[in-house]
Each structure stands twice: as C-alpha cells, then as structure tokens.
Design a protein around this ligand. Structure first.
Ligand code: UDP
Ligand code: MG
Length: 308
C-alpha cells in the first residue's frame, strides 16, 4: 500500500488545526487504499498549537508533530516536514484550509498514472486580498521571471503533491536562504498545475504583513538571479560613457566660449544623482554579500525542541 505524508506548517493556528484535521479526515476516509500520515510542524507558536497537536497525536497515531524551539519561518517548517516525512508521496499544506483537501484524490490519481512527478496548485484569482497586495504580487512575478532562468508561476501556492524522488532532491538542497517557489522549479520534474479560485482562511489571521512579503520577494530575487548585479554594472558603464561625452562637450565649450564660472547647481544635481546610484549599487552588492555571509555560517535552518 502506498503512503501519503501530509506536511502542515503551523504558526499560531490553535483555532484552525482542529478544523483542518476534521476536513482532511473526510478526504482520508474516502481514500481507502492508501496509508496516511499527517505531520504538523509547530513553527514556535505562542498559542496552544502544540497542545492541540499533542492531543490529536494521542487520539490518532496517523498524526505526528514536530515543534521548533522558536519561530523559524514557513520555509524552515516546510523543510523540517519534508525531511521527517516517510511517505511515497508528500504534500505540503497550510493549516488554514486555504489549500482545499478535496483536491488530494485527484492529485494522487494524476501521480499514480505515472506521467507526472508533481501536482502544483495555483490560484487564478486573488479574491479577498487587498488590491495593492495583488498589484505588487503581479509586478513581482513579472520582474522575477524576466530576470531569472528558473520559472516562477504567478499565483502558485506551496500546496503541492510530490513523488519521493522530487522530495529527496529538494531536501538535498541545503541552502540557508530558502525560497521554495524557486527551489520547486529549480529541481525540475514534470509538474501538472491545478487551478482554483482563492479561498479565504477559515479562522485566525494571516501571518504575512505587507513588509514581510516585500522582504520575502527580495529574498526570492537574490536567491534566484544575479541580474541586479549585472544591472548595477550596466548602470556604471552607461554613466561612464555619459561622462566621457560630457567631458568632450565641456572642453570644446571652454575652447570656444572661454571659461566663465557658473553651473554649480547642475553640478550639485549631478553629484547627488550619481552618488545616489552608487549607493544603490553598493546596496545591491551588499544584499548578495549578506546572503553569502549567512550561507557560509552554516547555521541550522531550524532547531527541534520536541517531536513525537
Ligand atoms: N506559517 C508558518 N510560519 C510562519 C508563518 C506562517 O509556519 O512564520 C504557516 C501558517 O501557520 C499557515 C501557512 O504558513 O499554515 C500560511 O500562512 P498564512 O495563512 O498566514 O499566509 P497567507 O495564506 O495569508 O499567505
Ligand atoms: Mg493562509
């Protein structure tokens, strides 16, 4: 019998976990010829998430849990779950039921047929999300897809159903700065996309502020493309060429019209502009340097406090 591992990352989800467990059980009961394990990864929650997980584990041996020593972020939680999972197939889900469990039988069927290695899901609408957030999200996907060779699918969720082979190749990437959407595309394999309309979370509230998402977007860019570095050098070359033209222009002007003092306002503007660009480029280089620095420290991606 095949086994499916369901990895659920949870941060302050005491309200949603029981709802999730109820819904997922409905689906599990329908899929008679498959074994299941549900792995709740408690990402250092400050509420009763861990207690709820332990209760479920006592009642139902399918339920396992991993609890972090502090909040390490969803990326770390997903990695821990993937490493712990022992199934032939592994799926990543959110606890808030925004990832419909009802898709599981279809996903399983698609992989069992053997033509695909992964089933991904994408939202075709962003209903219920602030429009400014959707706007920036769309801009981000356009930008990163222009810059990076690895394709990032707009609206793709972390809700995926993968074969053991694909999971193993993801686990093998031990980078510290993890950007899963990119890692999933990076490993390749054939992915079939299922589409659905956005569903709002059942209870609790989102853990992603606009600022957190913005930083996550920058992380994605730095992790999957070095194009900003190239852009910095191109800006440098363009400014250098412009300055050559300006030098020639000024020499000729001085020879023809003499050298009356003046033009300091324009000089001040040029100085400001160029030093601004210099700082920007240094900042870009700094971002990559910082990531390299963190990567070389080889700190653990997560620390487990307790597990079943
Ligand atoms: N999550 C997590 N660690 C974090 C933040 C979020 O494990 O630091 C989990 C959270 O519990 C949820 C999933 O990631 O199961 C998605 O989070 P959320 O629903 O807040 O994000 P949204 O759906 O609004 O993008
Ligand atoms: Mg959510």
């Amino acid at each position: 019998m095949k086994k499916i591992s369901i990895v659920v990352s949870c941060y302050n989800e005491e309200e949603t976990i029981t709802l999730f467990y109820k819904e997922i059980n409905k689906v599990i009961n329908k899929m008679k010829n498959v074994n299941f394990e549900i792995i709740f990864v408690d990402d250092g929650s400050k509420d009763k998430t861990l207690e709820v997980c332990k209760d479920l584990h006592k009642k139902d041996k399918k339920v396992k849990y991993i609890s972090f020593s502090r909040n390490f972020g969803k990326e770390a939680a997903m990695l821990a779950g993937l490493e712990y999972a022992s199934g032939d197939y592994v799926t990543l889900m959110d606890a808030d039921l925004q990832d419909p469990p009802s898709l599981l039988p279809e996903m399983y069927k698609i992989l069992e047929e053997g033509n695909y290695d992964c089933v991904g899901t994408r939202r075709v609408t962003r209903k219920g999300e602030p429009s400014i957030r959707s706007f920036f999200a769309r801009c981000f996907y356009k930008l990163i897809n222009k810059m990076s060779k690895v394709e990032m699918v707009d609206g793709a969720r972390d809700y995926r159903f993968m074969t053991r082979q694909m999971v193993d190749s993801i686990i093998n990437m031990k980078e510290y700065n993890r950007y899963s959407k990119g890692l999933f595309s990076f490993v390749g394999f054939k992915t079939k996309w299922l589409e659905y309309e956005n569903i709002e979370r059942v209870a609790g509230e989102t853990k992603w502020s606009f600022w957190k998402l913005f930083k996550y977007a920058l992380e994605g860019i730095v992790a999957f493309t070095t194009a900003p570095l190239a852009i910095a050098s191109i800006i440098g070359i363009i400014l250098f060429l412009l300055s050559l033209i300006a030098i020639i222009f000024i020499i000729i002007k001085t020879l023809v019209f003499g050298d009356p003092v003046g033009g300091w306002p324009s000089l001040a503007c040029i100085l400001l502009c160029v030093s601004g660009i210099q700082l920007l480029c240094m900042g870009i280089i700094g971002q990559y340097l910082a990531k390299t620095y963190l990567e070389t420290k080889r700190r653990p991606i997560y620390i487990i406090k307790e597990t079943d």
